[in-house]
Write a protein that binds this ligand. Structure first.
Ligand code: SF4
Length: 393
């Protein structure tokens, strides 16, 4: 067996042990990947996602259930809307793609909808790549790929991603389609939800570019030009219900910025193998274990909590509680954390401000002392006292 294959097998075994015996792996979806890329310094999230740990179940077992994720009602409503949009061979969906993104092309009166079923994620990604290859070669026709499966290497391990749809245009270009159940009112939707959908779509764009590069590298890969990844459009289609009705409407969303940010962040992730190698022997995140054991296991991996985690990670309440308990300045937000430099705890900050510790040449320490002096003067005090500084907590 070759060295890379042996390493891959060892990593898979390590990750299975981290999940626990008989605990199935939870697939890493684009939503999770976009959130992971938003906090690339968090080793805890990287190893849990890399191992396929169900973080919502883990958070509940730790006694800090998450308030994060979609409700069952929202999921059901979203699935029903998606089925309606894709009915009749995707006629409505293709009409929206044609109108919003490619009005100069031949209207999609007829389109191919290839069968993408195959055994296992590797089989499905191979089937998707083959369908993309054939659709790109068959110039002049529209092709709808319904729930294709794409693979993207994340921190040295493959993640399998399933966009709602990918459309191949008559010119051979590919478009990602995101179907959401939040409404578009008078042509615009909630900016935060559109932003989240754009970040998710950007992950699919990156994965598609990877497929395009691999197909372009094949001798008969039908690459349309010298840059195969250029066949992936950076304007995606966001499809939503129109004004709370059952009718669909769509808007083109430019994801170039989100794509660039996500690509950069993903390269900053520490390799899963490197994190796994640092964990104590016997570390396991199986939700059936006692809460104390799970707490030890979770706390054995360093985390970089930030208030943004509350909107993006199932473990946010657990990590916030422990970060507060340790007096970590990360709970005050990333901008404050960045200003404080080497001072990582609230106690260290207060001590530096009182002049009890810290390097006076450190700009953060100097600024804290100046601020403490000004505050004491404003309050008519001679020197910053502990009770004054405690008010800063
Ligand atoms: S909530 Fe915890 S595990 Fe999740 S990203 Fe934040 S720090 Fe990392």
């Amino acid at each position: 067996m070759s060295l890379p294959r042996m390493r891959g097998t060892r990593l898979r075994q390590q990750l299975a042990e981290l999940r626990g015996p008989d605990v199935p792996a939870k697939a890493l979806d684009a939503r999770a990947l976009a959130a992971l890329a938003a906090n690339p310094g968090c080793r805890r999230r990287a190893i849990l996602d890399g191992a396929g740990v169900d973080k919502a179940a883990l958070a509940s077992a730790l006694g800090s259930p998450s308030a994060f994720g979609q409700s069952q009602f929202a999921l059901t409503r979203g699935n029903a809307f998606e089925a309606r949009v894709k009915a009749d061979g995707g006629a409505e969906l293709l009409r929206l793609v044609h109108t919003a993104l490619d009005p100069g092309a031949e209207p999609p009166h007829r389109a191919a909808v290839p069968d993408l079923s195959a055994i296992g994620p590797e089989g499905r990604t191979a089937r998707t790549a083959l369908a993309l290859r054939e659709a790109t070669a068959a110039r002049g026709t529209w092709t709808l790929l319904d729930h294709p499966l794409l693979a993207l290497e994340v921190a040295g391990s493959p993640a399998f991603l399933e966009p709602d749809a990918v459309v191949v245009h008559p010119d051979g270009k590919w478009t990602v389609v995101e179907i959401k159940s939040f409404p578009m009112l008078d042509g615009s939707a909630d900016a935060a939800k559109v932003g989240a959908a754009a970040r998710q779509a950007a992950v699919y764009v990156l994965a598609l570019e990877d497929v395009a590069r691999r197909l372009g590298a094949e001798p008969d890969g039908h690459a349309p030009d010298d840059a195969p990844a250029a066949r992936v459009r950076h304007r995606v289609l966001l499809v939503c219900p129109k004004d709370f009705s059952n009718h669909a409407t769509a808007s083109a969303v430019d994801v170039r910025k989100q794509r660039a940010v996500t690509a950069r962040q993903l390269t900053r992730l520490t390799r899963i193998q490197d994190i796994a190698d640092t964990l104590p022997e016997g570390t396991c995140f199986a939700p059936g274990l006692p809460a104390a054991d799970l707490t030890d296991a979770v706390e054995s991996v360093p985390a970089t909590y930030a208030p943004e985690c509350l909107a993006a990670c199932e473990l946010a309440f657990h990590c916030r509680q422990h970060a507060r308990g340790a007096g970590a300045v990360t709970t005050l937000g990333r901008p404050v954390r960045a200003e404080l430099g080497a001072l990582t705890t609230v106690d260290a900050v207060l001590s530096a401000a009182r002049g009890e510790s810290g390097d006076p040449d450190d700009p953060a320490v100097a600024a804290l002392r100046r601020a403490a002096r000004l505050r004491a003067e404003a309050l008519g005090q001679e020197a910053p006292g502990a009770e004054v500084m405690a008010a800063c907590r």
